[in-house]
Design a protein around this ligand. Sequence first.
Ligand SMILES: [Zn+2]
Length: 122
Amino acid sequence: MPAYHRRGSGYRGQRVPQTIRERLRRRMLWSNTILIAIAFLGFALPPLMPLEPDARRLTIAVAAVSLVAWAAFARRFPCPRCGRDIGGMFGNRASGFAPSGRDDKPTDRCPHCGVSLDEPCP
Ligand SMILES: [Zn+2]
């Protein structure tokens, strides 16, 4: 039984099921928060602090590694139906955190399998 089934309280069926979009939106929210934290700690703060050059390089290296880990894990959100990634830029647009351009695909469906994001999450 995967860990995410532990979520929530109360009896099964009493809660309104969450839609894919709601889960995606929550994931994107903390993904963006982590990104801002990494950017701030790694790149904005060190120039303001009286760090040794070595310590500064280390801070930036740690931030760079965190950024790679973020891109590999936190940025992603697998579609509950097809398992392909619908996070990243698409997730931000679907959540309303990023504007959609004129040429962008609509964000009401998974771009891979076409499942509606307003379906309850399985
Ligand atoms: Zn899909």
